[in-house]
Write a protein that binds this ligand. Structure first.
Ligand SMILES: CCCCCCCCCCCCCC(=O)SCCNC(=O)CCNC(=O)[C@H](O)C(C)(C)COP(=O)(O)OP(=O)(O)OC[C@H]1O[C@@H](n2cnc3c(N)ncnc32)[C@H](O)[C@@H]1OP(=O)(O)O
Length: 219
């Protein structure tokens, strides 16, 4: 069976594409807690005014921590398998730079099924700064790309972004709750058309449309 033959609601098993898959329950809670701590560390480093002594001590602690956990490494590109309430499986990339649950370089973006697509609430700290006090437009595009690709994937049509179009309607603030939404708006052969928005206090700050081209599993 190819991706093209599958019913829209059924998410293809990434193992069919040669990707490795880790069930969510096998990710230690200590790892997700460490990811949150490292995000806080990145924010602290970006904004610290500490003196040389404290900085040198912090650097030694970070080096020791890096050494401690570097012995074994997971394969890049591994996917996490979650079980939906109806018992079927759902997949997301573990180290994805926009929403990877084990990647502290990603913002804490957790997209969930909602209505006709996906939705997330996220607050971005100063690490994601572009203009003073505002979110960098590149990160807004990245978050929209992830939401749009995720919406296609959640609808059973995972693929690659062929085209992404973003309109920035109003400045997107840092340190403020944002709502991200995305949905599939149409399909044509392997083409999946998606649209999505970022909102603050109900006002659209950015909107995006994308063309996702479904993976060709036929060979
Ligand atoms: C299973 C795994 C699940 C994991 C999911 C977790 C969620 C992850 C969410 C991640 C989110 C983040 C996602 C990321 O970051 S994805 C990373 C960024 N994207 C890329 O790197 C993609 C690079 N490009 C390619 O690989 C190829 O060009 C693709 C695959 C896109 C198409 O090459 P392919 O050889 O396969 O297909 P085709 O050429 O036969 O074209 C097919 C159809 O598409 C039409 N077309 C093609 N390009 C364009 C274009 N630019 N504008 C308009 N139309 C275009 C084309 O005319 C044709 O139409 P038609 O003749 O049918 O009418």
């Amino acid at each position: 069976m190819t991706v093209h033959d599958q019913p829209v609601a059924e998410t293809p098993d990434p193992r069919e594409f040669g990707l490795s898959v880790l069930p969510e329950h096998e990710i230690p809670s200590e790892l997700t807690a460490l990811v949150a701590d490292v995000r806080a560390l990145v924010d602290a480093v970006a904004h610290t005014e500490a003196g040389p002594e404290d900085l040198a001590e912090a650097r030694a602690s970070v080096a020791a921590a890096t050494e401690r956990i570097s012995g074994t490494r997971r394969e890049t590109g591994a996917l996490m398998e979650q079980t939906r309430p109806d018992g079927t499986a759902e997949y997301g990339t573990l180290t994805n730079v926009v929403s990877g649950v084990t990647n502290p370089a990603s913002p804490p973006l957790q997209l969930e099924r909602s209505g006709d697509g996906l939705r997330a609430e996220i607050t971005l700290n100063g690490v994601y700064q572009g203009p003073p006090g505002l979110v960098h437009g590149g990160w807004i595009a990245a978050i929209l790309d992830q939401a749009l690709g995720g919406a296609a994937s959640a609808a059973g049509m995972p693929g690659m972004t062929a085209n992404l179009d973003v309109n920035y309607r109003s400045p997107t603030p840092l340190h403020a709750p944002l709502e991200v939404t995305a949905r599939v708006t149409g399909t044509e052969r392997r083409k999946v058309f998606v649209s999505g928005e970022v909102r603050h206090n109900g006002t659209v700050t950015a909107e995006g449309t994308a063309l996702m081209v479904r993976f060709d599993a036929s060979g």
